[in-house]
Design a protein around this ligand. Structure first.
Ligand SMILES: [Zn+2]
Length: 351
């Protein structure tokens, strides 16, 4: 049975009749039908490992769409996780049309293990494993659970990230798949990306021909025909207040955009498209010395950092491939061959 190894636990706010239903999909569906706030812990079990994913379901007293907020796909990206906590605590079911499903920490082993990119449970990067596997490692089973049990309940998905704990990412941006999915999904995703309110928006140019090729969390939603965006704010393992609050405001803006609340916001002004992201990769393992903060303007050929060997001798100079904005830099020294050291992008004002 598909849900044999996945069990849902509940806190006191959920009716006992819901917890008796068994499978997580049925339990979450039941929470979506019961107005109020529900705190669930979804147990995922692999062969010899388990983890519990904390999910808050806020079901409004009036009908409306279901918004899925997904945080903690990467466990050391803290601003999204903290913003999701504050969002869940703040929300009052009374004023809401529809429901909000908040996955606070999608990858608990990575969060609790303070690891970057991959999970200490199986060494895999959850954001490369969608649509997941029914019988796989813990990370593969998390991806399968999200794709099969959570996504189909949602009318829109916000997959929220930061730069990882070794990455400096600025400015904050939202991204949407501009060339994948139906025209309707692309337009709805585009509208979500702008409505979130960040100044910078990235139209992803990636595409995928089959569901199995949609390996990223957001793309797996698009592959199911659900509008989705990627949100990126914060980084370097710092639970930055400014990044947390920016994400939180974006959540509330999204509710207003979807007609789920009556809150009003002034429309974002001067939004900017980020395009043609170009990266410089490490030619070998080494120790990285970054020379410029993310978010700064850079010139073609400008020295952005050096890679040294284990004795501190320079083996590579990372220079900007073009004029643009330094969107991301590795901020911590350890680097593996092939890893992205910096990303430089072009920008264009849209309105
Ligand atoms: Zn991430």
């Amino acid at each position: 049975m598909r849900h044999m190894s996945v069990i849902v636990g509940f806190c006191c706010l959920v009716l006992s009749s819901i917890s008796a239903l068994g499978s997580p999909a049925a339990s979450i569906q039941a929470a979506l039908l019961a107005p109020g706030k529900h705190h669930l812990n979804v147990l995922i079990q692999a062969a010899d490992q388990t983890t519990e994913i904390p999910v808050t379901v806020v079901t409004g007293s009036q009908p409306g769409p279901t918004l899925l907020v997904l945080a903690g796909i990467h466990g050391s990206e803290y601003a999204p996780i903290l913003a999701s906590h504050r969002f869940g605590v703040q929300l009052d079911a009374e004023g809401i049309r529809g429901s909000i499903l908040i996955v606070h920490i999608a990858n608990p082993p990575a969060f609790r293990g303070r690891s970057i990119y991959t999970s200490p449970a199986d060494g895999l990067n959850l954001n490369r494993l969608f649509p997941g596997k029914a019988s796989g490692s813990l990370s593969q089973k998390i991806a399968f659970f999200l794709t099969n049990d959570i996504y189909p309940l949602a009318d829109a998905v916000l997959d929220v990230h930061s730069g990882d704990a070794n990455e400096d990412l600025k400015p904050a941006w939202t991204g949407f798949y501009a060339t994948a999915g139906s025209a309707t999904v692309i337009e709805q995703s585009r509208a979500l990306a702008f409505a979130f309110g960040f100044k910078h928006v990235v139209p992803f140019q990636w595409t995928f021909s089959e569901r199995k090729d949609a390996i990223w969390a957001g793309s797996a939603a698009v592959a199911l025909g659900i509008p989705a965006i990627d949100v990126e704010s914060g980084g370097m393992g710092v639970p930055e207040t400014e990044a947390v609050e920016a994400i939180l405001e974006g959540f509330h803006r999204t509710l207003a955009h979807l007609g789920m609340t009556d809150q009003t916001f002034s429309p974002p002004k001067g939004q900017i498209i980020i395009y043609d992201r170009e990266s410089v990769k490490a030619p070998q393992d080494g120790s990285w010395v970054s020379l410029k903060e993310a978010g700064k303007a850079v010139k073609s050929g400008e020295l952005l950092g050096i890679l040294t060997d284990w004795h501190g001798r320079t083996v590579f100079e990372a220079r900007s491939p073009k004029d643009g904005i330094l969107l991301l830099r590795l901020s911590a020294p350890p680097v593996r061959e092939g890893e992205t050291l910096v990303i430089v992008a072009s920008t264009e004002s849209v309105r």
